[in-house]
Design a protein. Structure first.
Length: 266
C-alpha cells in the first residue's frame, strides 16, 4: 500500500500525512518534519538482540556458502569464491530483515482489510497465512473491540508522529492501545516504549487516559498468538517523554559536533 495516509487530529485542527514509501510524516502548518516513533525508539534504545542476530546471520551465510561448495566439489572454496561468499554475507542480515518486513507488511495489510470489512485474498505464502490465522484466533478470543485500526498519532508538545495498529476498548470500558508483531519474537524494549509513545500522543490530543497497552505476537511459523500486556503508568510515560527530549538534544549536539569538525578542517 503506497497511497499517502491522512488523518484529521485535534478535532480536525491538525492534518497529519504519512507517506508509506519513505515512512515520512508531514504535519499541516509546519515546515520541519516531525520525528517518527520508530526513529525515536531506535535512536535512544539500543537493540542488542538485533546486533547478535545480525552477526549470527552473517556467520551462517559464510558457513552455508562454504559448505555448499564443499558438497559440490569436495574442496574448500578457492580464495576468489571465498571472498565472494564473504561479500554476500555482509548484506545477509539486511536481506533477511527486508524479507521478513515484506511478509509482516502483507500480514498487517490483510488484518487492516479484515477489520474494515474490505475484500482481500490470502496469499499462498505459508508464513503470511500462519500469521493471519494467528490474528483470527486472537480476534475470536479477545474481549477487545477494535475502535480504530492503523491509527495515526501526533504529539504537538513533543513533535513526533507514529502509527499504532489499533485502538480498542475492553468490555469493562477501558481503552487499550496495541500493536501486532509478526517477527520471530516480541522481546525488544522499544516495542514497549512504542505503546507509551502512542498513548502519550492520544492523551494529549483527546484527553483520553490510556493505561493499558498490548503487544500481540502473531507467530508466522505456528499460527499461534501470544499477548504481552504493557502497563502504561506515569513512570512509563515519563520515561518515554524523557527519551524524546534526550533524542532531540542528542541530534542538536551531533549537529554542533559536525559543524565543529567542518570548522576544524577549514
Amino acid at each position: 500500500m503506497n497511497e499517502v495516509i491522512t488523518a484529521k487530529l485535534y478535532g480536525g485542527r491538525v492534518t497529519v500525512d504519512l507517506n508509506p514509501r519513505n515512512h515520512r510524516y508531514h504535519v499541516s502548518d509546519t515546515t520541519a518534519a516531525p520525528d517518527g516513533v520508530t526513529t525515536l525508539c531506535n535512536g535512544t534504545i539500543p537493540k542488542f538482540q538485533l546486533i547478535d542476530w545480525a552477526g549470527r546471520t552473517c556467520a551462517h551465510a559464510v558457513r552455508d556458502g562454504c559448505l555448499r561448495i564443499w558438497e559440490e566439489t569436495g574442496m574448500f572454496p578457492e580464495q576468489s569464491a571465498f571472498l565472494s561468499i564473504c561479500a554476500e554475507a555482509e548484506t545477509a542480515h539486511n536481506n533477511a530483515r527486508d524479507a521478513a518486513g515484506d511478509k509482516g507488511s502483507i500480514t498487517h495489510d490483510l488484518i487492516e482489510k479484515h477489520i474494515l470489512g474490505e475484500p482481500y485474498e490470502i496469499p499462498s505464502d505459508p508464513l503470511v497465512k500462519a500469521g493471519f490465522n494467528a490474528f483470527l484466533k486472537w480476534k475470536e478470543q479477545t474481549d477487545i473491540e477494535i475502535i480504530e485500526v492503523e491509527r495515526l498519532v501526533y504529539s504537538e508538545k513533543y513533535f513526533y508522529c507514529g502509527k499504532t495498529d489499533f485502538l480498542g476498548r475492553r468490555r469493562d470500558g477501558k481503552l487499550v492501545i496495541g500493536d501486532f508483531k509478526t517477527g520471530n519474537s516480541a522481546g525488544y524494549e522499544g516495542e514497549w516504549y512504542q505503546l507509551a509513545a502512542y498513548a502519550v500522543a492520544v492523551e494529549e490530543e483527546t484527553g483520553d487516559i490510556i493505561e493499558d497497552g498490548l503487544i500481540v505476537h502473531l507467530d508466522k511459523k505456528t499460527g499461534r498468538f501470544k499477548e504481552y500486556p504493557v502497563i502504561l503508568d506515569d513512570d512509563m510515560n515519563h520515561a518515554w517523554k524523557a527519551a524524546v527530549v534526550h533524542y532531540k538534544n542528542l541530534k542538536r549536539v551531533r549537529n554542533m559536533v559536525k559543524e565543529m569538525k567542518k570548522d576544524g578542517n577549514r
